[in-house]
Design a protein around this ligand. Structure first.
Ligand code: FAD
Length: 534
């Protein structure tokens, strides 16, 4: 197979035009082509007046070797790499003990799936409910302010990314093409096929819900077992080795191989781990607000007169500004055509986040505008970052009126330092509701100063970004884990053999794709360890 990159075509090109490019690049006739598939399709919108699609194609011809030799100096024509996933181990017939996976978010799903595919029959535990029940609880909170602290945006089947935009991009290095395995599994479970080739794939909430169910069914069919409402409250340790765990209902499971894929919000579990003496470090994360604009403003900025073109979809953005006070402010988890959601898992706290559907056709664009902070801002204790998050989330609850409404402010008022009295053209999408106020009371001064400096700087990149009537809601605290459960080269805890900290909660991922990839790596490490190879 031959990979051809850098094929540039106008937005409304035909299939024939793409086929013609293949023939022209390889200087062959149509009869010599066996199959051509799109590996990657990106958008070149640097010049808003002429937007192009950029293709990378995988082409099978009747004379691959000959052509690869002929074009060996052409940087755009290369042999297609082998991206098929290869299992590193296989369970023996006499499997003595089943590995356990705690958490069924993207990371735990892939630890469980890959272990099951290799024959290890994992037992997977999640404190939350199966996804349909969880959806009712989560939407119940958004509509009726009834929070279920064990079944919400953070906890339950599918993990934190289930009610999300389902962006699948990641910046991690992926030499072994693990992301291909993840994307193929998602497509098998019902994700749109285009996620295999568009440069910024996303899935959206409703599709994610049914995909998660299909992945559960696959793991069970392969011999895995999944238990919901199964919160792990204790780990058993003997001489630096994990030997099992206790669930909230008092039942116990013995295993010397346990993956901990608990996400960034399981604060009680973090405390339990720390109290047991498992090595934990405080790590940097970010805090800030969600900003909302009309999606049409973002589209116009990026796509000019092509705004609204179906191939382009809703435009996204990524912004960063380095401030005079040494802080960095950046946009995080941008959700084009989406909504801001209530993402607390604890009572009497307010946390914002963002989600969208596959169509991304809601009125507003939202993203978190966050300031990087590190343990020197919350010194003293490995879990001090959690106390810091809780303080902010409780303050947001109070400022919002103590009824789960989020405190909000117009960008113009925030920049002028005055409380907002009425909304303008951007209607905040946060459910259950918002209360207009002065957000400057919510974050430490160094954060407020940094955001006040960054918004006008972002306005220079996206015209209208700092417009008076854009809205801010708060508070955004769950950007990543406040701790790292450190592990060694064998992916086991630094001081607890058999315990495999994994995914976002352990500090080894940030987002759906990187959590899923970490899950594959951890499954491999567990299998090698069970077989005695590691
Ligand atoms: P999680 O997904 O958090 O899963 C952890 C699981 O562990 C949970 O199901 C929880 O119930 C369970 N658990 C916790 N403690 C215990 C315990 N003691 N016992 C048993 N089970 C336990 N990322 C993106 O890449 N793209 C996006 O568009 C995106 N949008 C997001 C939108 C929202 C609203 C949120 C909240 C997050 C979003 N994210 C997004 C982030 C993404 O969801 C996370 O990075 C990802 O889910 C982390 O995966 P994980 O498996 O490590 O942890």
């Amino acid at each position: 197979m031959i990979r051809i990159s850098n094929i540039k075509l106008p937005l409304d090109h035909s299939q024939e035009a793409l086929d013609a490019q293949v023939l022209s690049c390889l200087k062959i006739s149509p009869e010599q082509v066996v199959k051509s598939t799109v590996f990657r399709r990106g958008i070149d919108a640097r010049n808003k007046k002429s937007i192009f699609l950029m293709y990378t194609l995988d082409v099978e011809t009747r004379l691959d070797d000959e052509l690869l030799a002929k074009f060996d100096r052409d940087p755009n024509i290369k042999k297609t790499p082998d991206m098929a996933y290869k299992f590193v181990a296989q369970a023996g017939e006499d499997l003595q003990e089943r590995p356990v996976v705690v958490g069924f978010g993207p990371c735990g799903i892939f630890v469980g799936l890959v272990l099951a595919e290799m024959g290890y029959k994992p037992i997977i535990l999640d404190r939350g409910k199966e996804v349909r029940e969880r959806t009712k609880d989560t939407f119940g909170f958004w509509r009726k302010k009834q929070l279920n602290t064990e079944s919400n945006v953070q906890y339950g089947e599918g993990g934190a990314g289930t009610f999300s935009d389902g962006k699948l991009s990641t910046q991690i290095k992926d030499k072994k093409h693990y992301s291909r395995k993840v994307l193929n599994e998602f497509v098998d479970a019902g994700a749109p096929e285009e996620i295999l080739y568009v440069s910024k794939p996303h899935i959206g909430t409703f599709k994610l819900v049914s995909m998660v169910e299909k992945m559960r069914a696959k793991i069970i069919a392969l011999g895995g077992e999944i238990r919901f409402g199964a919160r792990v409250d204790d780990l058993h340790l003997e001489d630096g080795q994990v030997t099992g765990l206790t669930l909230a209902d008092g039942s116990q499971i013995k295993s010397k191989h346990i993956a901990l894929a608990i996400g960034h919000s399981a604060r009680d579990t973090f405390e339990m781990i720390h109290n047991k003496g498992i090595y934990v470090e405080a790590k940097p994360f970010s805090v800030g607000f969600r900003v909302e604009h009309k999606q049409s403003l973002i589209d116009k900025n990026y796509y000019g007169e092509f705004a609204g073109h179906p191939t382009l979809g809703a435009a996204d953005y990524k912004l960063v500004h380095h401030c005079n006070n040494g802080r960095s402010v950046y946009s995080f988890c941008m959700c084009p055509g989406g909504t801001v959601v209530a993402a607390t898992s604890e009572e009497n706290r307010v946390v914002t986040n963002g989600m969208s559907q596959y169509s991304r056709n809601e009125m507003n664009a939202n993203s978190a505008i966050v300031v990087g902070i590190d343990p020197s801002d919350y010194p003293g204790h490995p879990l001090a970052g959690i106390d810091f998050q809780r303080q902010l989330e409780s303050a947001a609850y109070q400022l919002g009126g103590e009824n789960y409404d989020a405190p909000a402010q117009l960008v113009g008022d925030f920049l002028k330092g005055k409380s907002s009295q009425s909304l303008g053209e951007v209607e905040p999408s946060y459910k259950p509701g918002i209360k207009l106020t002065d957000l400057s009371k919510l974050l430490p001064d160094y954060c407020i100063d940094a955001i006040r400096e960054a918004l006008p700087a972002f306005n220079r990149k996206i015209k209208g970004f700092a417009m008076d009537e854009a809205t801010l809601t708060g508070v955004e605290t769950r950007t990543s884990s406040p701790i790292c459960i450190k592990r060694d080269d064998s992916l086991q805890s630094l001081n607890t053999r058999g315990l495999f900290p994994a995914g976002e909660g352990a500090g080894y991922a940030g987002g759906i794709m990187s959590a899923a990839i970490d899950g594959i790596k951890v499954a491999e490490a567990m299998a090698l360890s069970i077989n005695g190879d590691n």
